[in-house]
Ligand binder design. Sequence first.
Ligand code: XIL
Length: 422
Amino acid sequence: MKLLRQQLFGQPRDIGRLAALCVAAATFAGVPTPAAASPVTRPSCASPGAGDCSLAWAARQSGIYVGTAISNSMTPLEQADTLAHFTAFTTENAFKWSETEPTKGSFNWGVTDALVDFAQSHGLRLRAHNIFWHRMQTPAWVKAEVDAAADPKAKLKQLMTDRINSVMGRYRGRVAVWDVVNEPLALFGSGWDTADSLLTPANFFYTTAGEGYLDDAFNAARAADPKAKLFLNETVWNPAIGDPKADFLLALVQRLRQRKVPIDGVGLQMHAMFGAKEPMFSGSTSKLAAYMNALARTGVKVEITELDVSLPQTLAAFGRKWSNTTDAQALAMQASVFQRTVRACAQVAACTGVTVWGMRDNNTWLDRFGPTAGLAPHRPLLLDGTGARKPAYNSVRDALLERCPLRGRQKTPCSTPWPAAS
Ligand code: XIL
């Protein structure tokens, strides 16, 4: 390559001369030379068009989708909150196997139809979550059929293909992103879930078919809905290079890409709760951004997909050092965790979206879910119970606006430098 370049252009220093000659010739001929990119001013809440300075406004400025989670109910209040604050949403439960097909062959399409219609009619980007998740909300009949089959691997593949064709086929072309596989890895530690434990069953997809079940899932998903983006979604408590689970996920994604498995993106859930390290999640912005960039180098997009941050006072139950904080201090710490997380997305060109797992504090899965309900109220979201914006709301909005210039790719320098990595 170096030889070829030298043959074509001579020594490197000649390239500079050649370029100078070209510019001189172009100027002489009256052809304008391209102006140096002038810095773009970052938008702020004072920018024209900022209006109520909502998250949705900041999302449109930054080119980063900002989503919420809508469960099956989709109350009028949830609809109003979604339209006021977000540009995207994820289906919190409606697409899970237990919801779409609780008994074999009998499908519930009412809720999913309504959610897909709602997204389309309001121009919201829809992340349909999820197709395969061994840990929860896979109806018992699936594993029972696999276990009873003479050839369990073939049976599993057939059931997976049937589900993909029925669900993804039905909404082909109407869903932006599918979480094709959710949480394939062990909850804690590193590697696969190969045995049942108190918190989670073994990954029977993996124990039946090995890693190849991911290949089967993504290949069939691509065929069923060719234009949709296909994601693998995972919970990584410490999303940083060097963390065993984070490294295992990165290596897995590398293998999938090397095998030409059609995976378009990786979702990092980012529930900051049990298992997360201080301060609530241990990662700094720079570590998270570096990890996201490492994933992106394999050729995938990345997103933060299920962000919520339990209030530090809640975690005080674990004897953490912030047990005596005032409410205002706790809300500020929470805002800081949100901001440091979203800031990483703003700094990584391949990060296409941030989704917060819910809207108002009085309606969060953490207050209802068995292992976390005992610590309610978690107050982990961006709006309080009355719908008022919390400090975290503003911190997320401001972090989004750090993606500069407008519309996604950092081709032009910003007029203000990146904030120091924290
Ligand atoms: C949760 C929902 O929020 C709850 O309503 C449901 O009871 C259990 O699942 N990781 C995921 C999500 O990928 O699907 C989970 O959602 C939260 C953890």
